[in-house]
Design a protein around this ligand. Structure first.
Ligand code: UDP
Length: 319
């Protein structure tokens, strides 16, 4: 890359939660940012502020169809996909296509443009894990034909195809295995646990804990995740790397934490546990620490407070 213009990055899923934060970060870092989204779960409001900027453009396009972008490209970040279990259960075929056909199209584009590509994989490749915490070397425990299989297997295929392009074509590839991430711009109706709890608390409704709430997750604040992704992109490591916050909490304790942070007297109700809901999840981030010098900086309490401030502002605007 010895052009005098700023480096050019294509970000798919640009109007989504992580994608929009990545657009902001790369734009702030001086890149020319090309956003792409088919808007089935994304929201243009997340990137509306970038539309007036010179170093930003947007394509309304479904990446599972042939992808064409004029001009040079230095980097591709493939973040398009429904990411909430409720969304991918509603759109199983699109979910399968975006991480299989979509990944294939973007790897082809990366090859033509000689761009480095980072794909957004997921802790779901570990399924309902039998090894805890999860290291990159763990092969996972996934039900291919269960309701979550459409996401999990598509992402596993994404990893496999990405490695094949690396090996066969010498493509510069990076694979981020992203664990539960939260922060401003999650859709309040996307069905995930934090948006649900926040929406419920704001509306004075009970918090819905699925099962007995003893299942665990580990939640990473979005700014930490974005930093990890940027560092991984610029590293020289082509194999999968876990990115997430290793601080683990049961969902019931998480509901109690939300109650206390919101300061609202909302009760907790218990609802049935979804099929194949992973019992426990916590990333082993030794590799990211060693390779990228990265670890999360924002405590859950601080991250939740920032997230809540965002939704309170949104909520008061709507009233
Ligand atoms: N969950 C819950 N109440 C909700 C939504 C989710 O108890 O209103 C649980 C869900 O069963 C899972 C955990 O919270 O055990 C995290 O779910 P989420 O959909 O956020 O993402 P996942 O980590 O399962 O992909």
């Amino acid at each position: 890359m010895n052009r005098s213009e700023p480096p050019r990055v294509l970000i798919t899923g640009a109007a989504g939660f992580l994608g929009s934060h990545l657009c902001d970060r790369f734009w702030r870092d001086g890149y020319y940012v090309i956003g792409m989204d088919n808007l089935i779960t994304g929201d243009l409001n997340n990137i509306a502020h970038l539309f007036k900027e010179e170093r930003f453009e947007f394509y309304h396009h479904d990446v599972s169809k042939f992808v064409f972008v004029p001009g040079p490209l230095d980097y591709i970040l493939h973040f398009a996909s429904p990411a909430s279990p409720a969304d991918y259960l509603r759109m199983p075929i699109q979910t399968l296509k975006v991480s299989s056909l979509g990944t294939h199209n973007l790897l082809g584009l990366a090859k033509v443009k000689q761009a480095r590509i980072l794909v957004a994989s997921t802790s779901e490749v570990y399924g309902d894990p039998l090894e805890h915490p999860q290291k990159e070397s763990y092969w996972g425990h996934v039900n291919a034909v269960g309701p979550r299989g459409v996401y999990d297997e598509a992402k596993r295929f994404m990893e496999s195809l990405t490695m094949a392009y690396h090996k066969v074509h010498g493509l510069q590839t990076r694979i981020a295995r992203i664990f539960n991430t939260y922060g401003p711009r999650m859709r309040l109706n996307d069905g995930r646990v934090l948006p649900n709890f926040i929406r419920q608390a704001l509306n004075g409704q009970p918090l819905t804990v699925y099962g007995d709430g003893s299942q665990t997750r580990s939640f990473c604040y979005v700014d930490d995740m974005v930093e990890g992704i940027v560092r991984l992109l610029h590293s020289e490591y082509p194999y999968p790397v876990n990115l997430g916050n290793p601080e683990e909490i049961s969902i019931l304790d998480f509901a109690r934490e939300i109650q206390s942070i919101m300061g609202r007297e909302v009760p907790i109700v218990f609802e049935p546990l979804p099929v194949d809901d992973p019992r426990q999840r916590r990333p082993d981030i030794s590799l990211a620490r060693q390779l990228l010098g990265w670890e999360p900086q924002v405590s859950r309490r601080e991250g939740l407070r920032r997230t809540l401030d965002y939704y309170l502002k949104q909520y008061s605007c709507k009233k």
